[in-house]
Ligand binder design. Structure first.
Ligand code: SF4
Length: 655
């Protein structure tokens, strides 16, 4: 079985653009509604509905906090005025081809011309066009209606006339109408504004159906252009209209030798792909294993966008900005657009933050689609071309470049400078390998170019090289002024089992674990964490080895100082039993100081062992009966208090 897909099957440029805009807004987390259904495809509408997209018929129905999308047909100028007056956030997906008609009729009617519109007066696109006419306008569906208008019109041959057409007006009818107009108004200003996407899709479907035994036409049953395709195909071979792959008549199709696939303008590529894949599987499951499909679906899709004009530069003026693209007038018949991804080297940048209507841009043509009359342009590539020279020169003279980190990717990050994407490997991104490179995202960085591939226009940079120099300069400055006892404020960079490393601003010092706390700790993390700002002082310096020992714990926090100040001998305190031995029990007097209650001091009578009276975690009242500051020993007594209760008596010290 041979399977062929029509090149222009599926979404036209304008519909694709409108659908993408809704996707972009939803991906940004916005509440979205559309003024009328965005597309005549039930699956796409269902999917949008599942994502919360509502359809409204008037601006006053737009819920609060919701972005309104104007579909590709466009709307009248007064609708935009109402949207503005109601302060509704709006995203205009009017097809550029339709916008062009709006511009023509607005300008020509303002200049006093009478506007004649070839089209269906009840179609939303024509309603929108009428809404831009500032003078008289007439709409005609065919040559007869045109003739009637001219017969009844109150204007004569000297009238200044401008003629435009609905984008989907039939070509034959248009030509018939023009003959009439030109006969009457020799000076008529005629703009052929028919979009050839529909005509081309239809002629391709006709041509393909002549070569095939059967045609699959994919599209909504409500879609008039899909119905038209179906009609055309069925004149030449068996034709099947399906809305999705589920509806394919597989048993009938399995007996067919050559199958063609086409789709209406509102059919998403995903559904065409589904149908194509189902047919390819049927092909492989039945008959010989030979693959007769004409390339992959993606290749076919790509083929439909061919004609690459590499490196051609153009200058244009921005005529529209949407979340997904910028429309640019480059002085050609085709509609120029710059996809958001081609606007800037920063993938996070939003079109509305980068350009505005009226801005002039230098651009590079990426591809033209003559079938649809569009030119895809790139500002990013134009800028990169200019910036590349600077980047290449920076490698030679080791200039430090400024850039912004736009992406964290596998193995490193991308920093953009002068419109050029420079790869910085993870090993060159930070001063130390332990520093997380994710923290650099969206930050400004300085780097050197360490490698350039001129052929592939690839550049590799090093942030570390610049940081190293900066740290070296800071370190030199540090050693000039550093002295024991001097205080610094620094940031904890890393922790090890034996201490904490602190960045003093270009140079690192270490607080030994014993210097972190007056109490015994098992790990530095009990006192400080990476990223903490700490005040430290220099305890020791070794410039030769580059070692800086830091002190952290403060003398006034020394528990022996506190004990001496606040707990003189004879004080009564509540203590917690923290350890028991054969000769007594240890109790915490204050954090960092444990005292001993000798077995003889536990009770006012003889006991066999401390456990007869005390258990770990017991809280008991004791008297401090002795303190040896030199040996750091504190003697406690319960007995002394018990005896005092009976008759005042002095305590006994242990050891
Ligand atoms: S004018 Fe052409 S490209 Fe634009 S939406 Fe209509 S058919 Fe599609």
């Amino acid at each position: 079985m041979k399977i062929m897909v029509a090149k222009s099957a599926g979404f036209c440029f304008g519909v694709n653009r409108a659908v993408q805009m809704v996707h972009t807004l939803l991906d940004e987390g916005k509440q979205v509604c559309t003024l009328g259904p965005i597309i005549h495809n039930p699956q796409t509408l269902r999917r949008f509905e599942q994502r919360g997209v509502q359809i409204v018929s008037r601006p006053d129905e737009v819920p609060d906090q919701t972005t309104l999308v104007i579909r590709s047909h466009g709307v009248a100028e007064n609708v935009f005025n109402e949207i503005e007056n109601r302060a509704i956030e709006c995203c205009d997906a009017t097809c550029p081809f339709v916008q062009k008609i709006h511009r023509i009729v607005a300008a020509e009617s303002k200049a006093g011309k009478t506007i004649l519109i070839a089209g269906d007066a009840s179609h939303p696109e024509v309603e929108g066009i009428i809404g831009y006419c500032r003078s008289r306008c007439f709409v005609f569906k065919n040559a007869d209606e045109l003739q009637n208008i001219l017969n009844q019109a109150s204007f004569g041959r000297e009238e200044s006339i401008c003629v435009v057409s609905q984008t989907t007006f039939r070509v034959n009818e248009w030509e018939n109408c023009l003959k009439i107009i030109k006969r009457v108004y020799t000076n008529a200003l005629v703009f052929d504004t028919i979009c050839n996407a529909t005509a081309i899709r239809q002629s391709e479907a006709t041509e393909l159906s002549r070569q095939c035994d059967a045609m699959i036409v994919i599209g909504g049953r409500q879609s008039s252009n899909t119905a038209k395709l179906f009609e055309l195909c069925k004149k030449n071979c068996a034709a099947y209209l399906v809305e999705s792959a589920d509806e394919l008549p597989l048993s009938a199709l399995s007996r067919v030798g050559c199958i063609g696939i086409t789709a209406g303008a509102s059919t998403p590529a995903s559904i065409i792909k589904e149908v194509f894949d189902t047919m390819s599987e049927l092909n492989q499951g039945a008959g010989p294993k030979e693959d007769n499909t004409e390339g992959s679906f993606e290749e076919m899709l790509e083929e439909s966008l061919k004609t690459l004009n590499t490196d051609e530069k153009v200058h244009g003026v921005v005529v529209g900005v949407t979340p997904s693209e910028v429309l640019v007038d480059v002085g050609r018949k085709q509609a120029g657009y710059v996809p958001a991804s081609e606007l800037s080297a920063d993938p996070n940048a939003k079109p509305e933050d980068l350009v505005k209507v009226g801005d002039e841009l230098d651009l590079l043509i990426m591809r033209t689609n003559d079938q649809e009359g569009t030119i895809m342009l790139s500002k990013r590539r134009f800028d990169a071309g200019k910036g590349w020279e600077k980047v290449a020169a920076a490698e030679e003279d080791q200039t430090v470049l400024d850039g912004v980190v736009t992406e964290i990717i596998k193995g490193g990050l991308i920093a953009v400078t002068n419109g050029v994407r420079v790869f910085v490997p993870a090993s060159q991104a930070t001063a130390s390998r332990s520093d997380p490179i994710e923290d650099l995202l969206k930050k400004e960085v300085k780097f050197r170019i360490i490698e350039v591939n001129r052929g592939r226009k690839r550049a590799v940079g090093s942030i570390r090289s610049v940081l190293k120099d900066e740290r070296k300069a800071l370190a030199e400055k540090f050693w000039e002024t550093a002295e024991v006892g001097k205080q610094y404020t620094g940031k904890v960079k890393s922790l090890t089992s034996y201490g904490a490393f602190v960045d003093l601003g270009g140079i690192d010092g270490m607080i030994h674990i014993s210097e972190l706390s007056w109490t015994r700790i098992k790990h530095p993390s009990e006192v400080v964490n990476v990223g903490d700002e700490v005040t430290v002082y220099i305890k020791g310096l070794d410039q030769e080895k580059g070692k800086i020992s830091l002190g952290y714990k403060k003398p006034e926090d020394n528990p022996w100082v506190i004990l001496e100040r606040e707990y003189p001998i004879g004080s009564e305190v509540e203590v917690k039993i923290v350890g028991i031995t054969t000769f007594g029990a240890f109790a915490q007097v204050i954090p960092g100081i444990d005292g001993l209650i000798h077995i003889s001091q536990i009770a006012d009578h003889r006991i066999e062992k401390p456990q007869d009276v005390l258990q770990i975690n017991d809280v008991v009242k004791v008297k401090i009966i002795d303190i040896d500051f030199d040996k750091h020993r504190v003697s406690l007594s319960i007995r002394a208090l018990l005896e005092e209760e009976e008759e005042p008596a002095g305590g006994e010290t242990e050891e």
